[in-house]
Design a protein around this ligand. Structure first.
Ligand code: ARG
Length: 461
């Protein structure tokens, strides 16, 4: 079993079937740069503990640098006989620095503490990337909000007209979940900021290696407190997968609205040609595929999380090979978001709103009925009665094909003597929106404050 990391006690090499099943290089090769960084840090710990002389350390580090160059240039890749990235790189190091020196690197470490560390390093970098992409999306939504600061749209509950709101308020409502996703990533990064390197296979190492030195070299602020936990837990991976799934769900909700807004029936938005697709048979078609793919990929991101949690459930301590199954799903989640987010942001940044159409629909569906009831409350009518009176105005208007402000004075007075013609002052969408001045409300001055708060919050992360 030449070149393998574990041949001696075996009478034969692994069967072909086992090799095919066990091999992980086709997905863990993307960790090669991190594996080399870990090896550099580990070599320094070996030298600090007296297992490598200065010249040996320098030769080892130079050899590892050579490997990194060769990995980055694509000149070094895994061979079919390599089980995983760790074994492949150890084999390659030996060809560069020779078996005498190359054979010393593995002392005091295990692939179990290596992989647990590398996956953290990888996810930490991609968390930064995903955060940048999320900020781009938030900026695009916020820019659309400020470009349409006076525009009014029908606000909906149950997908039915409910109360008019500012378009900017609605767009910012989609920003806040993404802001919380950013905060989740930052919070996750704090929990992930502990190095498992030095945990060995599970019990720690006997060689007096300085795990804090390795942690520092790799940019971790601390070492995991428990070597078994360090090698056997993957909650940092699952939590990362959760955050990506939540981002997927948040994207999917705005995606669904954009799909609706883009229909002829709604007619609220037009998507830019560069961010829409056509049909192979229907020449007139222009489809919102980016939004649909976002909605679809949310399912994939949720699936990755669900699969990962299912793999972890019931696993006894410490390391089990099942844990190798953590990487493909979470790598897929990273890849998915890193492709999806830029396209989604481009679509959002370039979509054009038909604000006249939105404003025209805003008062329809008797969406100002609550304003009548609340106007009555201000005249000291109990809300239960006010709700009833306003409901009667709606019933009359509906039966007679009128809008609320068109209901005649005598009909209003017949419903309640409190319903004087003065009620009409609240029966405009701008009056309605402008009166919602409570904190977090849709009044223009509140929305302007909200935009400033949002921008400051994102910049503070
Ligand atoms: N490839 C493994 C993983 O991704 C790490 C190697 C550990 N293998 C072992 N036999 N202990 O988790």
């Amino acid at each position: 079993n030449e070149g393998s990391l574990w041949g001696a006690r075996f009478a034969s090499g692994p069967s072909t079937e086992l090799q095919l099943l066990s091999r992980s290089t086709h997905f863990d090769w993307r960790l090669a740069g991190y594996d080399i960084a870990g090896s550099r840090a580990h070599a320094k710990a070996l030298a600090a503990a007296g297992y490598l002389g200065d010249a040996e350390l320098n030769a080892m580090l130079a050899g590892l640098d050579t490997l990194l160059d060769r990995v980055e240039s694509g000149d070094l890749t895994a061979a079919p006989s390599d089980e995983d990235v760790h074994g492949a790189l150890e084999g390659a190091l030996i060809t560069v620095v020779g078996p005498e020196l190359g054979g010393k690197l593995r002392a005091g470490r295990s692939r179990n503490d290596q992989i647990a560390t590398l996956v953290r390093l990888y996810l930490r970098d991609h968390a930064v990337r995903i955060a940048e992409l999320l900020i781009d999306l938030i900026d695009a939504l916020a820019a659309q909000a400020s470009a349409h600061d006076g525009a009014i749209m029908p606000g909906r509950t149950h997908l039915q007209h409910a109360q008019p709101v500012l378009l900017a308020h609605h767009l910012l409502a989609h920003c806040w979940p993404f802001v919380r996703d950013l905060e989740r990533l930052a919070d996750w990064a704090r929990r992930t900021d502990a190095s498992p390197y030095g945990s060995g296979a599970l019990a720690g190492n006997t060689l007096g290696l300085d795990a804090a030195l390795v942690a520092r070299e790799l940019g971790f602020s601390r070492v995991v407190e428990n070597s078994i936990d360090g090698t056997a837990s993957r909650d940092v991976v699952a939590e990362f997968a959760f955050i990506t799934a939540q981002i997927g769900v948040d994207l999917s909700r705005i995606a669904e609205e954009i799909i609706l807004w883009n229909t002829r029936e709604f007619g609220f938005v037009t998507l830019d040609d560069g961010y829409s697709t056509g049909s192979s048979i229907m020449p007139q078609k222009k489809n919102p595929d980016i939004a649909e793919l976002a909605r679809g990929k949310a399912g994939r991101l949720i699936g990755n999380l669900t699969g990962l949690l299912t793999t972890l459930k019931g696993l006894p301590l410490a390391y089990n090979r099942d844990l190798q199954e953590d990487k493909e799903p979470v790598f897929d989640s990273v890849d998915t978001l890193e492709v999806l987010l830029p396209a989604f942001t481009g679509m959002v940044a370039t979509m054009r709103f038909d604000t006249d159409r939105m404003a025209e629909l805003a008062p329809q569906g008797f969406s100002l009925a609550t304003d009548i009831a609340e106007w009555l409350v201000k005249q000291h009518v109990p809300f239960r009665d006010a709700h009833e009176f306003s409901g009667s105005v709606v019933a009359y208007a509906e039966a007679n094909g009128l809008d609320l402000h068109e209901v005649p004075d005598d009909v209003l007075a017949g419903i309640s003597l409190h319903l004087t013609p003065a009620v009409r002052e609240v029966l405009t969408v701008s009056g309605s929106v402008g009166s919602r001045t409570g904190l977090g409300g849709t009044a223009p001055e509140r929305v302007a404050e909200q935009l400033a708060t949002l921008t400051a919050r994102v910049r503070s992360l």
